[in-house]
Design a binder for this molecule. Structure first.
Ligand code: ZN
Length: 303
């Protein structure tokens, strides 16, 4: 990487480690609780690690959110809107005032831990597509060939997500796991990726540019596909059995996509080979998303 990125990232002073942005994704909640109960897990780092249970009411209720998805509340216009008074809008205002760029405890890095009911495996979603974030993603992807890097539709800094309060960091998204469940393997993957991200930050803090293999495979979101629905918005088909669980696998024209209530297969009609992710994510039914469509790209990470 070019040297101009160093001055910004080597000044890391505070890292926010978040669980429970979605209250029914218990893995992150308990990773954060593990740190709270045993601060020695992170005490060797030379920067401050701030553990945060982001949505306590939703965590207590074991639900994704109370009024609105917290991870869609950080749009600057919404944060500045005094008429938005729901639980999550209030939290977004509080966290922006505290942890945001002009906040009282401004953080340099955010690591937000999530799980998915889809077969995401170990997925890293960088905060943005900046060279600093892509280097972090490459470093993490080099740990294990099964780790995937997904760039969301909101891959720029001005996204409505909690992670957008910092300029460096990522969402760790591990699955498949049902909502409300703890699973030791998913917990271990999440904790491993979290600590690896903190190790990366420590190297930056020491003025070291962390080494990577020099190559990164990215799954860049380009669109979403909704379920087939009737005029009332009700589902008329489900994910086809051949597509279920096939996150990050190529989908070509004519491949089975949905299976309707009458037993008919609905094929993918797009002309381009795509790589669907978040297939059949439980939380996305209400968002009108049956899957996120990505393009597979390989980029070079310069030394
Ligand atoms: Zn989540």
């Amino acid at each position: 990487m070019s040297s101009e990125a160093k001055p910004q990232t080597s000044k890391i002073q505070r890292v926010l480690v978040v669980g429970g942005t979605h209250g029914n994704e218990r893995t992150g909640v308990y990773v954060v609780k593990a740190i709270e109960q045993n601060p020695a897990i992170v005490s060797a780092y030379s920067f401050e690690v701030i553990p945060l249970l982001a949505n306590p009411q939703a965590i207590a209720a074991n639900t994704r959110y109370i009024d609105r998805d917290l991870n869609r509340c950080f749009d600057k216009k919404d944060v500045a809107n005094p008429e938005l008074l729901g639980v999550e809008n209030q939290l977004a205002k509080e966290y922006t005032a505290k942890f945001g760029a002009d906040g009282t405890e401004s953080v340099d890095v955010i690591i937000d831990t999530h799980t998915s009911t889809a077969n995401t495996g170990q997925t890293i979603i960088p905060i943005s597509n900046s060279p600093e974030n892509l280097r972090l993603a490459a470093y993490l992807a080099d740990l294990d060939p099964t780790i995937r890097v997904h760039l969301g539709l909101h891959s720029q800094q001005d996204s409505p997500m909690l992670r957008s309060l910092a300029t460096l960091g990522c969402t760790i998204e591990v699955g498949p796991i049902p909502q409300g469940i703890l699973d030791a393997k998913i917990f271990q993957y999440t904790k491993k990726l979290l600590l690896a991200t903190l190790d990366y930050c420590e190297q930056l803090r020491q003025g070291i540019t962390p080494a990577t293999s020099g190559s990164l495979t990215l799954y860049q979101a380009i669109d979403t596909i909704d379920y087939p629905r009737n005029g009332q918005g009700d589902l008329t088909a489900m994910i086809h059995a051949d597509r279920q669980g096939q996150d990050y696998q190529p989908m070509n024209t004519g491949d089975p996509l949905f299976y309707d209530l009458q037993g008919q297969t609905i094929a993918y009609e797009g002309s381009q080979t795509v790589y669907p992710v978040f297939i059949n994510e439980a939380a996305y039914y209400e968002k009108g998303i049956a899957m996120v469509i990505t393009e597979k790209q390989t980029i070079t990470i310069s030394e």
